[in-house]
Design a protein around this ligand. Structure first.
Ligand code: GN1
Ligand code: MG
Length: 363
């Protein structure tokens, strides 16, 4: 269904309806995003928050506000996108149970949907690294999960098992081989289970959605400007942010690619993103975190793969699909990526060690 922002929403943010250009923007699965252009040329990004995913949008606003306050105090020059307040001074505007928020469009910025060069991977990773580093000292206590258990692989794994049991027979049979393959790699979930209670595996304020189009790059130089899409800024683990970059920057094709022969690991992108990320956070990692840098990629690819497959088994209730096997194909894509990554572990561990020692660290 086509969703258009109601004129009252624009008014709430102090924008006059007539004369303001509105178009759909971005490529996310979850929220609805629009680019607004005022007659004077000022641009804003207006979003309707998906409340079936983000059940407490106030938590998003609160986390961002607390992070912004901390950063303004401790890293005053750092560009951190904060919402534009409504004319009443609120971070969110609620109309008929729908939550809207607006952020400024950052001048001279562009996003790319795919990493096209190792330099882009480096720049993007560096931005996520800088965010993590700048937020390293923040008191995590008042921060809450915007999506509880979002990257809790233990729960994602049990949701997968539930879906296998409860799915309609047709889908269960269709996915039998793929399901068996994912179950064979369940040690990835077992490792997480062990790690999550290890206090040396620190809680940190993480972005949790580090795909490359969540970094704004300068339109001419392609230098990283800042990160965006801060809905899942919440306490988490370093493997989430690092792992999602491995998942989304390293293969020449995205999770949407159906021809799995095109999926492979580009070592130079892997090295570039490790280098960019560790150049910022390297010296703050604990020994246990450093030992699990390769695991990060496995963790995120496996979790995304079982999320797609779970959704296929459940009848496509979470991810929008364009055709009936869409989630199945995405899960197959992620399994291929996982296997390509694991085949290369020895060589990639060498690259990790190289990047760690460059950042002044060793395993
Ligand atoms: C969702 O909407 P988007 O594309 O930013 C999902 C991520 C997945 C991603 C996979 C809240 O993000 O976790 O990695 O799809 N976000 C949520 O494409 O579930
Ligand atoms: Mg997103």
């Amino acid at each position: 269904m086509e969703i258009k922002p109601h004129p009252l929403i624009l008014k709430a943010f102090g924008i006059d309806g007539p004369g303001t250009g509105i178009k759909k923007f971005g490529s996310g699965h979850i929220n609805n995003t629009f680019l607004l252009q005022k007659p004077n040329g000022d641009r804003f990004v207006l979003q309707r928050i998906n409340v079936s995913v983000f059940r407490e949008p106030e938590v998003i606003a609160r986390n961002q506000r607390m992070a912004a306050d901390y950063l303004a105090q401790h890293h005053p020059g750092y560009l951190f996108i904060t919402p534009v307040a409504t004319v009443d001074g609120a971070d969110l505007f609620v109309l008929e149970d729908e939550y809207w928020r607006m952020i400024p469009f950052i001048a001279d910025s562009v996003t790319v949907d795919q990493a096209d060069s190792p330099t882009q991977a480096y720049e993007a990773a560096r931005q996520f690294g800088r965010l993590a580093r700048n937020l390293d000292g923040v008191n995590l206590q008042p921060f809450r999960a915007t999506i509880p258990n979002f990257h809790n692989l233990t729960l994602r794994y049990s949701a997968f098992q539930d879906a296998i049991r409860q799915s309609k027979e047709e889908r269960r049979l269709q996915a039998a081989e793929l399901t068996a393959a994912y179950l064979r790699y369940s040690d990835i979930a077992v490792t997480y289970e062990r790690l999550k209670t290890d206090h040396r595996f620190r809680d940190r304020l993480m972005h949790h959605d580090t795909k490359i189009n969540n970094v704004l790059l300068h339109k001419d130089t392609y230098k990283g400007l800042c990160v965006c899409d801060l809905d899942t800024l919440m306490p988490g683990k370093v493997i989430s942010d690092l792992g999602d970059m491995v998942r989304t920057y390293v293969s020449p094709v995205s999770e949407e690619e159906r021809d799995c022969c095109q999926i492979h690991i580009r070592d130079e992108y892997y090295e570039a993103l490790m280098d960019g990320y560790l150049s910022e956070v390297g010296d703050s990692l604990t020994g246990v975190e450093r030992e699990h840098l390769f695991y990060a990629g496995k963790f995120m690819i496996y979790m995304q793969g079982i999320r797609f497959l779970t959704d296929f088994l459940n009848g496509d209730i979470y991810y929008p699909v364009k055709y009936p096997e869409h989630n199945f194909d995405r899960a197959m894509n992620q399994l291929t990526l996982l296997e390509r990554l694991m085949e290369k572990e020895a060589g990639l561990q060498v690259l990790i060690r190289k990047c760690l020692s460059k950042a002044g660290n060793d395993i």
